[in-house]
Design a protein around this ligand. Structure first.
Ligand code: 6PG
Length: 232
């Protein structure tokens, strides 16, 4: 199925963060008006950190925000490399956020147990309103890596032998990510240029060489990308 990708080229990483922030706030307002809640899947890695910092400066009805994570590293919950820790330190610990509305992946339980536990949590809550994702230099997104085969019926995968440390992770699947009204993919930095070129080729030829090319959203995919990453 062809994916509807909308590319939003921006000057630099700060412009990506500021633009994505305003779009996120708009989606939150729409979801809260329509359904009384905003179900947001957060990206791991470092690209979204500035967005989380900007969100910590916003005045929002946080009690109507429900936060999930697209993938997590199988490390102790307080390990500095945990995606959940970066989210807390750059955003949630700075505001009066109802932490019962934050659903981290219990990746410290190990890939398979954590994956089945998280699948039980998210299944009754689908669809998500918005999913944020990053892009790895090899074209991975969340913890969906090139050459890794998964049971596509799963909502959440246990990940082994990840080429990006740590080797064991937990990741939402293509199936779960596709059950998101909107999907924003955030890409900054010249080190992502090759992955973007491969992605564009996949998009033009309906290819699926890179995992990011398999990502679908109910209403398509929006890519917020700076000049360094797009090479334009
Ligand atoms: C992770 C992330 C991963 C990340 C990309 C980009 O746990 O590592 O979920 O998918 O989004 O690798 O990472 P950066 O944003 O740090 O470049």
């Amino acid at each position: 199925m062809a994916v509807n990708i909308r590319w939003h080229p921006l000057e630099n990483a700060e412009a990506v963060a500021q633009t994505a922030l305003q779009k996120i706030l708009g989606e939150a307002q729409k979801a809260i008006i329509q359904r009384g809640m905003f179900k947001l899947v957060l990206a791991g890695g470092t690209t979204p950190k500035r967005i989380y910092q900007l969100l910590s400066e916003q005045q929002q009805e946080w009690s109507k925000w429900y936060l999930f994570i697209g993938d997590e590293r199988c490390l102790d919950a307080d390990d500095a490399q945990r995606n959940s820790l970066l989210i807390r330190q750059s955003w949630l610990d700075k505001i009066d956020f109802p932490m019962e509305n934050f659903y981290p992946i219990r990746a410290e339980h190990g890939p398979d147990q954590a994956a089945s536990e998280y699948a039980e949590i998210i299944a009754p809550l689908l669809p998500f309103d918005l999913t944020l994702l990053g892009l790895g230099e090899d074209g991975h997104t969340a913890s969906l890596f090139p050459g890794h085969l998964h049971n596509e019926n799963e909502l959440v995968h246990g990940i082994y032998h990840s080429p990006k440390p740590p080797p064991e992770r937990v990741s939402l699947s293509n199936k779960a990510l596709a059950q998101s009204e909107q999907v924003y993919i955030l890409v900054t930095g010249s080190n992502k240029k090759n992955a973007v070129q491969q992605w564009r080729q996949d998009a033009e030829k309906q290819g699926m060489k890179s995992p990011v090319a398999r990502i679908r959203g109910i209403n398509g995919v929006d890519v917020f990308i700076d000049q360094d990453a797009s090479g334009d």
